[in-house]
Design a protein around this ligand. Structure first.
Ligand code: SAM
Length: 262
């Protein structure tokens, strides 16, 4: 596996500055800053209160659908956490996240998608969930979009670091940001069965991320959106489109799921 050449240190102003002046990065950075200035970003409390009325515990939900598969997903998540801890020890990298890997693995095993598209890879917990479940299903390809983490020395090497080389044959990973990557992915696929949005969490970013993929969603496609309490986008979206939804969450961290074609 490719190893990052230096340990990430998030106080490293120099790394941030050097990465930020790479071609194409300035545009994405500016967009992030502008989007975060919107008053719609200051709606976390409202979103938390809304989600609390609906949330169901992901593990209980999985068990109710298929107990055996739920146990398999739990084991997968435990193995992945162990792998992340080992990699953390070996590299000194801060490998965080992955709270939803168990649910994503379960859903992929349960629904057997042919085409999965995700935005937001970071260390690759979600990518590993999709790839491992698809490998077990014997079918499926994953298309991922990321925009390498700024504070790492060599951010491209960090993206998807949890995914071993031998699991990358059914994986397309693009690193130029959703604005560039998603149109390319949409050209490459004829439909999407499962879409996981976990990148730009701003209201406008989420709107872009859903609107752009909608024409390619299969009739049974599931759309998952992580961290839906960051702002009220998910609440507004399901209300304005009259889409039935599920909110998965055990605490404030909630994931929304919808099917836009039903
Ligand atoms: C929360 S992390 C993703 C975690 C990942 N899904 C997991 O389960 O481990 C968010 C990722 O989205 C990336 N990101 C942020 N803005 C982006 C954008 N505009 N386009 C693509 N990726 C973006 C970040 O660099 C980061 O790697």
């Amino acid at each position: 596996m490719a190893r990052p050449t230096k340990v990430m240190n998030d106080t490293s102003f120099a790394h941030t500055l050097r990465n930020a002046i790479r071609p194409g990065y300035a545009k994405v950075m500016m967009q992030k800053v502008t989007r975060r200035l919107s008053p719609k970003e200051r709606t976390r409390r409202e979103a938390v209160d809304w989600a609390a009325q609906y949330r169901i515990k992901p593990r209980e939900w999985c068990e109710a659908q298929d107990g055996l598969l739920a146990a398999e997903a739990r084991q997968f998540a435990a193995d992945l956490r162990a792998r992340a801890a080992q990699l953390r020890d070996e590299t000194g990298l801060r490998i965080g996240g992955g709270a939803r890997a168990e649910l994503l693995y379960f859903l992929t095993r349960f629904t057997k998608p042919e085409v999965v598209v995700e935005t937001g890879v970071a260390a690759g917990f979600s990518s590993m969930a999709f790839l491992s479940a698809m490998q077990r299903n014997g079918v499926g390809r994953l298309y991922s979009s990321d925009f390498p983490y700024f504070r790492a020395d060599n951010p491209e090497e960090y993206v998807g670091i949890l995914v071993p080389r031998e699991m990358r044959t059914d994986w397309t990973l693009l690193l130029k940001g959703d604005d560039v990557n998603l149109p390319q992915i949409l050209e490459a696929v004829d439909h999407i069965d499962l879409y996981h949005y976990d990148s730009d969490k701003s209201y406008a970013g989420r709107r872009f991320g859903i609107d752009i993929v909608k024409p390619k969603l299969a009739p049974s496609a599931i759309v998952m959106m992580d961290d839906i309490v960051d702002n009220v986008f998910f609440r507004d979206y399901v209300a304005e489109t009259h889409t039935p939804f599920v909110v998965f969450g055990a605490g404030e961290h909630c994931v929304g799921a919808i099917n836009l074609k039903r």
